[in-house]
Design a protein around this ligand. Sequence first.
Ligand code: B3K
Ligand code: ZN
Length: 883
Amino acid sequence: PNMIHLKDYRPPAFLVDFVDLVFELKETDTRVKSTLTLRRNPAAAPGDAATRPPLVLDGRDMALVSVLMDGRPLATEDFQVDERSLTLPDPPDALTLEITTRIQPQENRSLEGLYRSDGMFCTQCEAEGFRKITYFPDRPDVMAAYTVTLIADRSKYPVLLSNGNRVDAGELSDGRHWVKWEDPFKKPCYLFALVAGDLFCLKDTFRTKSGRDVRLRIYVEHENRDKCDYAMQALKKAMAWDEKTFGLEYDLDDYMIVAVNDFNMGAMENKGLNIFNSKFVLARQDTATDTDFWNIDRVIAHEYFHNWTGNRVTLRNWFQLSLKEGLTVFRDQEFTADITSRPVKRISDVRTLRSFQFPEDAGPMAHPVRPSAYIKMDNFYTVTVYEKGAEVIRMIHRILGPEDFRKGMDLYFERHDGQAVTIEDFVGAMADASGRDLGQFMLWYAQAGTPVVTAARAYDPVRKTYTLTFSQFCPPTPDAAEKAPMHIPVAVGLIAPDGGDFPLQLSGEKTPGPTTRVLELRKADESFTFVNVPAPPVPSILRGFSAPVKLRAGCSDAEVRFRFAHDSDPFNRWDAGQTLFAKVILERAAEIRAGRPPVMDDALVAAFRQTLLDETEDRAFIAHAVTLPGEPELATLMSESDLIDPDAVHQARRFVIQTLAQTLRDDFETVFERNRDTGPYRVDPVSVGRRSLKNAALAYLGGLETPEAIQRLFSEFEAADNMTDTMAALTILSHIPCDERIQAIDRFYERWRHDVLVLDKWFSIQAAAQLSDTPATVRKLLDHPAFSIRNPNKVRALVGVFCSLNPWCFHSPTGEGYALLADQVAALDGFNPMIAARMAGMFNHWKKYEPVRRNLMKAQLERIKALPNLSGNVYEIVSKALA
Ligand code: B3K
Ligand code: ZN
């Protein structure tokens, strides 16, 4: 398979001004007639008569029926067709092409292009799926206006949808009907969509700030009609927020969302017609958890926000993916922060970043936020492009401040509306609007790896000065050994001995400023001196996680405990706790590995208790503050100084949980009782926070594994009137080998056997259970009638959860977890290479494990690599892993 490089980018030889598509949708066979109005691109290298570039249209997995140029059939010598393309070697400068093809959506299991999910037809074109629908220059810098006519049987497919406005419709004599759509906005083909099916429609309207009424429509299968109200509210919240925050208004008269069960990712921002994984639309209090509800807010908002960041202004090529994804994730994070709790949102985002992005940046798939080469673009929809990309935008926001950031956004839209642009264009608008130099900042897009920032401090009691000296270092990654120093915003506060913050005055400044200051690092080593510091402070560095780096602040345990008790910055307060917990757990792991009994640290227990009982803080914050780092994050930390031993990590974490539970049992009881729901179930930040703290306390109490604890979990499970509490009790119970566990899992199944989304939870619970027979259970569940390897949600719920959230079991030294994963990769690769590659990526960190596991994983990777007909997707992942 060959590599595509950013440096090889050339503008397209031909542009497409108009596309007219006619689909005749049938269960056996679909006919697509495409009429393209094309002309040579004036911006492309013209060439002379001999070197004029040909017209190449991408296309695969389809049968060509006919090609007409300007109304006349093309002679066979005037075009060539192969597996990948349709080429006209010497076309005129302007032409129309009418291309008729036949495709088989009913056979399409890749869930890319046009395919069937349950009884409906739907599409997924990003990144390169449109070429499975018809021959077309399938690249984002070719933008065209579309008209689309859908023809299908009226009784089976009463709903026929595409992008833009519905302009006409009619009946055919044979029981079929047709609907014509027109999208007035030019768009790249990856934003094309169609849906045909028999669907329920929830209707609403939104009045925009300029007074236009937008018709809102959510389409779902009839059986789910009572599960879309929350999604509709989420959409309206997102629309209002984007007007208020960025002045961005919706541009069409209709906004449609369709929920489908078979979907490779979360959702897709097709212009005016979003297609969603049903998991991010359907929710009712008894079927969805608080996290599910907030994920619906997040994903609905994310796809809606793409209408401006992605659709109106789009990408010149796929290397620029983070231009739309990093920016849109930043926007959805801000939205969630505004509608829930800002500190808690920040904490959970950083948890994700550290658990998944930091390891990616330290492994074989490490790549810059703007990758420079790929084999399959699908492999680069990564936490680096998305979440680190959002961190990069957040740093710009932090450096410029909110007002200048907003000016930069306005300038970006003013300059680039309707264009396909690059990351330079975005950062250029930010620099021009603010007058700031962001030249060095661009390295964040070009260099992979997580920078390590070290801070040293010195207090001068005579001069009353305090100096912070920073050094930065970015470790080598497979793409580059040497890294240049980056422009890093480091937010700093200095905590006084009484726990309050000192006002901050940098040397050279006349008066003290605010208590948190952003220091901008630009050199490998750099010092900042604060004056008028009356007493030696405890430094609080990287407040709000102002940059995606690893900080080595060299604080003593006592100082970290002090920050855990007093830091006014909630993120850093939480982070201080995590630092303490991680240290204590990894020390216990070392004792366990050395064959010594682990001993608990009393100071930690006291600090933990103080936070647990803190009544002044947001409950959701406390819940996060008393939740220990997970095994995946601990493994990553262990890998920084040692090889990973998943057994030691698991045992040490369990030891700490059980010791805390025994020592603080009464306190957990108090917190549990105090935070019980009093009124009806509601999904507001206060209620969600109370539930999360109550369930965190329950998890510790359950960790005692006494008969009373088991009884309580079972009765909480039975009594719960909402899925959050049901899942909390069931999850805790699922780790305890007892009859109640089996009973609860069976009851859950009986109650929800007809709800495919809720059954995903049933699979996940069992896949995440920390029991020695879990690998065998997962094997068995692969054959369960409710499991289907064709459905990505099921694969993620069972295989994905087992491999990524249950490291102790996945890394069982017997190797059965590894064999299971490799078998699934092999099975998936035959029909859904995108999902196969995602799963194969779970072996990426094999080199960081102790030798037994490392060799077992390597053997499975080699086995996968040797499979006949391996897809480019999986090849790219495993060949990099083995390199
Ligand atoms: N843009 C889509 C992701 C498409 C993934 C293609 N393999 C969803 C999103 O980020 O909004
Ligand atoms: Zn996105």
